[in-house]
Write a protein that binds this ligand. Sequence first.
Ligand code: SF4
Length: 299
Amino acid sequence: MNTAINSPCHLCPRDCGTERSRQKGYCQCGADIKLALAAPHLWEEPCISGTRGSGAVFFSGCTLRCCYCQNMDISANGFGKEISIQRLAEIFLELQAKGVHNINLVTADMYLPQVLGALDMAKTRLHIPVVYNCSGYQRTETVRALKGYTDVYLPDLKYYRPELSEKYSKAANYFAVASQALMEMAAQTEGLVFDGEGMLVKGMIVRHLVLPGCRNDSIALLRWLADSLSGEKFMLSLMCQYTPINWAGLPKALLRRVTSLEYDSVVNEAVKLGLTRGYMQKRGSAQKEYTPHFDLNGV
Ligand code: SF4
């Protein structure tokens, strides 16, 4: 892929066509890569973080507009530092030198051409897996472009109903897009491979955050996963850490945490469907402890 940023840009399903050489797109991204943090991260799933951490590279901007986003400073408010493709390649190698288990690209879609360019620059010296950590809201073409660059996919699967995805993330076509993207990811990875330390080195983990009042939507997603993807091809990571901290902008339905009844009904459905390979977060886990402090460390 050409490492020049697409301008006009059609990289994501928003397809906003912005001339990013002159202005920012819907995602709040301009022409240059922008990072907020590059550091070992210990709060991913155990087979990603391990004992030495995952080398998380947090990109600024986002193609979704989740009203409950815990990282608004970087997703919507533009916090970060602009860097070159060369510098991004150096950051990958610096993280590797710190002993992390993998390079974890967090919300990188908006910079896909440059990210692939940086991976090309680093590839002869980069010996750890590359994890693509994303919202699930990826064009199938984007996922195809990642073939050969990504070892582990770590997508969210957020919503089933268009009304819900429009209301909470301004993306009515979320499931239509994400279901196709996940199928392509599963086709590329073809199963789960672990190293001698139990770290995932190839495969896919599908993450789902259960939201208050949305258990039926969660259950519809689980049924789609069970029907559409072989259980051998992915792990499920069910999360209940939702905490309403962005009070001012939240709809009333999201001003509380998920109840035990709601979460247990989703967990029970996962078990009933045989989706038991993976992780089920314990209730009481607070989201705040999983949220990194964005301070340009490592950038
Ligand atoms: S990546 Fe950004 S600029 Fe490009 S189409 Fe998506 S929202 Fe628009």
